[in-house]
Ligand binder design. Sequence first.
Ligand code: 0X9
Ligand code: ZN
Length: 831
Amino acid sequence: MGPRRRSPVALRTAIALGASGLVIFGVTVPSATAADNVMRADGSAGRACYESVQSRRAAGIDQREMTSTVDGLIQARLAPRDGAEGDWDLAVFDKATGKVVAASAALRSRELAESFVKKDQQLIVQACRYSGSARTVTVGVDFLALTPQGTPTGVAEQAQRAEVVRVETPERTDKSKLLALGLDVTEKGDETGIEVVLADDADRKTLRDSGLRSTVINPDLSKTSREDAARDREYAATTQASGLPSGRTSYRHLYEYEFELKELARKNPKLVKAFTLPNPSVEGRDVLGVEIATDVANIADGKPVNFTMGVHHAREWPASEHAIEWAYELVNGYQKDPAIKSLVGKTRNIVVPIVNPDGFSISREAEPKGDFSRFDYEMKRKNCQAADSPPQFRTGVCKANPAGRERGTDPNRNYATFWGGNGASPNWNSDTFRGAGPFSEPETRNIRELVSKRQVTNLITLHTYGNLILRPPGVADTRAPLDEPVLKALGDKMASRNGYRSIPSWGLYDTTGTTEDWSFWSTGGLGYTFEINTAGFHPPFQNAVVAEYTGTAPAAGAGKGGNRAAFLDMLGSAADPAQHATLIGSAPRGYQLKLHKTFQTPTSPVLQPDGSTKPPIYVTDTLDSTYSSTGGRFAWSVNPSTRPYVAGRYGREPQGPPQATLPLANPAGVPAENTQYPGNPVAESMPFTIKGLPEVDNGRFDVVVEWASTDTDWDLYVYNAAGELVTSSAAGGTKSERATLFDPPPGNYTAVMVNYDQVDPANPDDWGNGRIEFAPPIPPTYGTKEAYTLTCTNRIGRLVGIADVFADRGQTVDVGEVCTNSARATKDRRR
Ligand code: 0X9
Ligand code: ZN
């Protein structure tokens, strides 16, 4: 997407720098003294700071009143003072109505509360001491004047209609062609088509010029956005409590996520621990998570880690809702449901609802505009990285800047594995911008550091939308991993609960640099992307959150358990030693066992804006995890020692020869032209039979047809005996079609030929040379084996044992008395 509109102007006003380097409020505070930027409280507030304006004398509260000097943004910040960290929170209220304007409730005292204000609006800035020993904290308030979001400063511009269309992509080449257009492609699609957002006439022209066929799905997204927001207000106003574990009835704000996570921890101190990830976001926000386990503080207890995260993409609000509800599920279940209690007892669960808080805050606080224009912040997808934009777009805060929602890197194209390849953009303003380099973003580094320091055996990253459970790989030219049967079985099992389609990610379209492509290929932890619901990025809460989570109508998982049940399956997999590997042995109490691995993985050859490629970048990963011995025998749940990237590729040894080529005879006559198939069924149908074992073993079949002129267009569809479309080929501008099916089940099939277009219908260019070709299955390939380095250090930190450990999925490897046998040994496959 290229720059299309003139930019809004952001002006900073009333700026004065305090000693801390923070901006303190200027003209609006009467009798300003140096102490006015210090908030003070002797006790703790004991409630959410954003809940209401408290009496200034209430315990744990301090306040300032001020008047907005601008039409624009308020940014209120807290920072720790005098080295005491503590946990203070912040909220800004409209004085007249008492309604919260902005708030922040992270775990430390580094808060950023940001939202829109009107000139002369009376405000109350309230700081609340949540916990910790810090009696004081520094506050800073900044007002930024803005022209209204998206108002062009030049010629009056017609607001443009945003729509969703389904683009027909019967061929993989059509998908590539579509992706190259740079349009906003959703995850809702199938083998032969995919839904795409057209934001404006420029997008409509781009699609038209491509020659790809499309049909309108939703003609007016703005209308939908406004209606959805109204439905959400209505549902929240009329519903006491939903069927969700928390009872929640509306989409949370960022500060609500923050506060609820730490309340879960405060109320369940042995079971829940809230934590801040290592890297603050681009705009300086803390990223929060919770860990849930019996005796949660003992993170080195050797249990397998089940990691659930949401909102890499700002506008995908149901993703973070499902993640936080899962945290409630585990906590509630631990108290009330013996089955959940047992599973939680065998695992450690990490939940990071919002990986990208900058983006989420922008999308969540924006007006429901829904037109996907540059200044439609509601539909922002990426993070707030501005470093890669041209200089004129680097100014302004992320909520209001000259590039609008186009600022930023797509965090789900920034992971190192396959980075820089197909399905990601090198252009800063694309919705799939891959970033300056692998792991250039704090959001992806956070996930990387977490996964690299634990044994994350199971991982789900939540997105919207498309009703999909996606497994690696994300790119078609990477063959499936040796673990394909394991990944498929678990994906299919979860899909039986939520009614989604379980497929390898590349099946929809290519993506590179995604979360589970890095985590799986580098650590062997089983990783999936869920694309929740089919209605949109954040459709009505009642459907996209309540129904999808609990498995009630209108969700596809209605009556099947929904995402709740799918997440429980994932938890069950984490608790099952057959799904990962286990090290057993014995070690004295207080000794530390450490597993270490370091390796380099190449990215893709790096695609350049001009279409050429540069050599791959080698990225070094280091995996380090710890088990702290409680004395005697131990069992430590770990991922396989060989990373899937080098372990080999899935395949099958042929059990017989492939079937001989079958001719596909053209029936007499030529069917009438038909551009409306399958709406209009006029076509030619040719049955054929695929044989199976023991006679033949087909790895694939290809139905091939040919004709004379590239100006003629025949389309080919193949159905199985149940009438399901199994493959198709409907290219334009060619003289042939080829439809492929891998591992075809034996049985009766029908090939259907549709006469899409004839140059001269009076003199039809009929198809011929029809045939079905067969090829044997491709055998698996096996790669190298890799070991972990296992070390043991005693209570004073001295190295007392070292061994190379090889462990495959499902194996239990006895490493013996590794701490008392200091000779380097190789522990391999001993049960
Ligand atoms: O594009 C993405 O990052 C994910 N879809 S979304 O619409 N939520 O943005 C999907 C990533 C993996 N998908 C494919 N390889 N198709
Ligand atoms: Zn997404």
